[in-house]
Design a protein around this ligand. Structure first.
Ligand code: ACO
Length: 360
């Protein structure tokens, strides 16, 4: 027996009841803890979004309380770096980040979700610097996560506009229904394993090119295209070879991903330094048309990763760090989902159909 393609991908299967986020793939709408994503990104920073998610998962907090606790968590995570970084030295940045998350553990006096949320930007920044042979920069507990992560990566303060753009990004990707990495985190949490285990699993699932590993290849594509004359021949040739265009298509969205517009607006606030935004918009437009021709009826449109790549690139974040930076934002969703899943007390344990030989 062969599994139907949609069964293999669990399409349309409901795996949880959640108060955290809602994705409407036909309407092109994302609601996070009661707010539309564009509104949430406009009215709050990462701490505000994370506080709403944690509160919705039963851990009541607010943005200012969480900001103070995250400053302390970043300080504690930094104090552990001398033990963590040697284990990542021989690894590429993405694999090193996996090893580093796995080395984060419970800290006296801090809730696990707070320690994880605070540790992620410290690890992402330290590994990005280590890849360039630079020593880590200590956190500044008075700053928000976004401003402090940029400062720890660069060794100097980011502008308010840059910190605001990164905040908008972290809020935008903070949660997104039952995506693959959130599902992975919930499966682990359903065994009553702790949040450190669940978040490590979430990052592993996020890292693949069909999920959170897509933005770096988006920039590779934009660079390979290089100029307007090359757009059509490059994209047509890639599709003729049967390749997928990174930053397009989505399991749930059959219209434009609402997060793409939030991020496009944020890129606009930064100016176009180092990035040809006109070319990117032309690539996007042509890719949408070419996908409609190549895959009629499939309704492939721009997803979050297209403008993620452009935004993170404009912030001078190294390409190899894009997925770790995605994880910094998504950790808010992972920990909230893991807490929500643990509270159900129910082990996630689906069935399979045996296709091997039967004993004689
Ligand atoms: N480029 C070209 N063709 C595509 C693309 C794409 N980006 N996306 C889907 N298709 C094709 C598939 O090959 C398939 O063609 P077929 O029916 O002729 O075999 C058809 O469109 C339908 O695609 P599915 O495989 O059913 O779509 P699925 O729901 O499995 O895929 C996914 C969703 C994985 C995101 C896919 O669109 C893709 O690979 N996109 C590129 C990678 C990417 O941008 N990932 C980031 C997603 S957003 C996020 O996770 C944060």
């Amino acid at each position: 027996m062969t599994l139907h393609q949609t069964t293999a991908g669990l399409d349309g299967v409901t795996a949880a009841m959640t108060a955290l986020s809602h994705v409407d793939g036909e309407g092109g709408e994302l609601i996070i803890a009661g707010s539309r994503v564009a509104q949430l990104a406009a009215e709050t920073d990462f701490e505000g979004a994370a506080a709403r998610l944690l509160s919705a998962a039963g851990k009541q907090t607010d943005a200012s309380e969480l900001r103070a606790k995250l400053g302390e968590a970043r300080r504690r995570a930094f104090a552990r770096l001398d033990k963590i970084l040697p284990a990542t030295e021989a690894l590429a940045l993405g694999a090193g980040f996996r090893a580093a998350i796995a080395a984060i553990d419970r800290e006296e006096g801090l809730d696990d979700e707070v320690m994880l949320l605070g540790a992620m930007p410290v690890l992402a920044a330290a590994l990005a610097r280590s890849a360039e042979g630079l020593a880590p920069v200590a956190p500044d507990a008075r700053l928000g996560q976004a401003a402090d992560m940029l400062r720890m990566m660069r060794g100097q303060a980011a502008s308010d506009a840059e910190a605001a753009a990164l905040d908008a990004y972290l809020v935008t990707v903070s949660d997104h229904g039952m995506n693959a990495s959130t599902f992975a985190a919930r499966v682990v949490a359903s065994t009553q394993a702790d949040l450190f285990m669940a978040v490590t699993a979430g990052y592993c699932a996020l890292s693949g090119p069909l999920h959170g590993g897509a933005p770096a290849p988006v920039l590779d594509m934009l660079e390979a295209i290089g100029k307007a004359d090359n757009i059509a021949p490059w994209i047509d040739a890639a599709l003729a070879r049967g390749e997928r265009l990174m930053g397009f298509g989505h399991r749930i969205y059959k219209v434009r991903d609402p997060r793409a517009d939030v991020l496009k607006r944020s890129v606009g606030t930064l100016g176009s330094e180092g990035m040809d935004l006109g070319l990117a918009a032309e690539v996007e437009g042509y890719a949408r048309e070419a996908l409609a021709r190549a895959k009629p009826g499939r309704r492939l449109d721009t997803n979050v990763e297209f403008y993620t790549a452009i935004l993170l690139g404009a912030l001078d974040i190294p390409r190899e760090a894009f997925t770790p930076v995605f994880a910094v934002g998504r950790t808010a969703g992972w920990v909230a989902h893991a807490l929500e899943q643990q509270r159900t007390g129910r082990l996630l344990r689906p069935a399979s159909v045996y296709t091997g030989p039967m004993p004689a």
